[in-house]
Design a protein around this ligand. Sequence first.
Ligand code: SAH
Ligand code: SF4
Length: 354
Amino acid sequence: MEKLCLLEYTRDNLVELMAELGHKPFRAAQLQEWIWKHRATSFEQMSNLPPALRAALDERFCLRALTVVEVNQSTTGATRKFLSRMADGHLVESVIIPAAVGQGGAHSDRITLCVSSQVGCAFGCRFCASGLLGFTRNLTASEILGQIVAAEEISGNRVDNLVFMGMGEPLANIDNLLTALTLIMDPHALNIGARHITISTSGNVPGLRRLAEFGKPLRLAVSLHGASDEVRSRVMPVNRKWPLGQLLPALEEWARTSKHKMTLEYILIEDVNAMMPEAARLARVARRLNAKVNLIPYNTVEGLPWVRPSEAHCRAFCKALIAAGIPVTMRYEKGHDINAACGQLRLRRVKEAE
Ligand code: SAH
Ligand code: SF4
């Protein structure tokens, strides 16, 4: 039988587990300290737990849901991608981005981590390397949490900012996402504040509602990439399922209760969505949602036909939004953006040979 990973156990879950195993509730607090404060990798290390309890836990549970198999330094030197293997042999990729790159500041130890939420993605956006793979499976909450634990082990730093912009659509894996978020924010576990967490979505309307009900001041990034149904459906098949007529009201609802402005992600693709009239449409959507816009000049993906517009064109598009009074960011240099680093995870090996 495959062992369950304890990373995704909340304090309440651990208390229940202790009751089931015939131990007092205070053992749950001790166990949680071993898991999160000491980052124990084996039950043997848990010296203040009775040996019988350690043995019982060891029989049914594990403490890591993935094993890091490769760490790559990017050619620009700043970001580090790492690849982890899960119990069933599937691989998942995550990206460590130092704060100095992510936020343009001076040297610091702070890191942003870009995590994956699924193996592949069912949404099949036409410009996206992850979408090319098709969908394999959802990550468990422990596999999501495991990426953060691994990043902290690799970098020797705490993750200060977390972005769900790796492989997969996080809101299509909402149950496991919410469990993971509970532990990510728990002061007894990872203790990362909601305002340091960004969920990026291509617009899964039911998932968005569930996330709103979760009621935490998380940040939201929406992969818009088209400000009319015609343009958006051409690059994002998901727009046929939840067209702008459904998505925008759901986003308005989010904006009404959210503490932060949401970000509209907009990849600029020549002759697809980067024509100047589209800038005016995008400005109208951004104004309606009180959102900021992040323009991403398309990064070439092998095997896809799309073209990045010229730098002058991208700047003109950006200026049109600024002239319309919309807060906008665009980083032209390749590899220096969080999106460039983690928007296009595609595995050379989706599954390692067993
Ligand atoms: N599924 C979620 C999160 C993962 S994608 C979502 O779509 O939002 C993270 C970001 O990278 C998205 O904004 C996505 O549109 C962008 N991205 C994907 N392929 C890209 C490419 N070729 N060039 C630039 N950005 C890309
Ligand atoms: Fe999936 Fe996001 Fe890529 Fe679309 S952009 S295929 S939703 S990972």
